[in-house]
Design a protein around this ligand. Sequence first.
Ligand SMILES: NC(=O)c1ccc[n+]([C@@H]2O[C@H](COP(=O)([O-])OP(=O)(O)OC[C@H]3O[C@@H](n4cnc5c(N)ncnc54)[C@H](OP(=O)(O)O)[C@@H]3O)[C@@H](O)[C@H]2O)c1
Length: 256
Amino acid sequence: MRLGFVGTGALSSAIVTGLKSLPGETTPVVVSPRNEAIAAELAQRFPDVRIAADNQAVLDQCDTVMLTVRPQIAREVLQELRFRPDHHVVSLIATISREEIAGLVAPATHVGKALPMPMIARLQGATIICPPDPIMAAFFGRLGGVIEVEDQSEFDALSVVTATYASYFKYLDTIHAWVRSQGVSGDKARDYITSIFKALANAPDTAPDEDFMHLAQDYVTRGGINEQVLRELTERGTFEAFAESLERVHRRIVGK
Ligand SMILES: NC(=O)c1ccc[n+]([C@@H]2O[C@H](COP(=O)([O-])OP(=O)(O)OC[C@H]3O[C@@H](n4cnc5c(N)ncnc54)[C@H](OP(=O)(O)O)[C@@H]3O)[C@@H](O)[C@H]2O)c1
């Protein structure tokens, strides 16, 4: 594989960093000259990474191209480029459909979408790909895992998960702030919360056949303190409001 990136920003940088952290990894990578500082940093860190003169030069020097520009400029950028029929195009542009991208990159016909997350730099967090594609499954499989989906609707629904990270940290921050308000040092509270939530994050792997509410039941003893918090938050409509938020994000993602 000769891998190219059109748009050298946060996500391309994370993918290249993850890729090049793999032992013995020598895939040649060519990146577009924008963003200049990020491209220069990648080329300086990794001997296999080169900076192309422009976006067309990226295409001319690669067989697999990841589209990593922002959605606002994507159409304009892609319209100016000449793709080859043998290009394998993977669009990481979150809000433009595979069909529209396929129209923009013709005559290339091998076109898919992928949704990696920045933690791919540390080989963590699975990438969603659509449609299933053995080459991309192998590629992203080594960089934190892959979830292959058949159609855009499945892809869109799973994408909603990525809207919940900030709320997750707000949840942890609420616990942290409360513990601190009791006079516990910030560092101690942070260490304890981090350690416990890491352990909880491992629970689905240790009990792969249990759904999330079964895992919750492991901690809910009748009349106990976990039962109390779960009940109080449920009664106040916290989870209902959360589910409604997911619904609204989904509508935004599918453009309704
Ligand atoms: N970051 C995420 O967590 C994430 C997750 C999933 C999907 N995505 C998708 O991935 C894509 C990239 O996201 P990102 O976070 O990496 O954005 P980003 O950091 O803004 O990177 C995009 C890069 O494209 C460069 N660029 C601007 N105009 C260009 C042009 N004409 N030709 C080539 N490159 C150009 C920008 O350079 P300048 O800085 O010089 O303008 C910028 O560095 C987006 O479509 C986004 O929807 C991102």
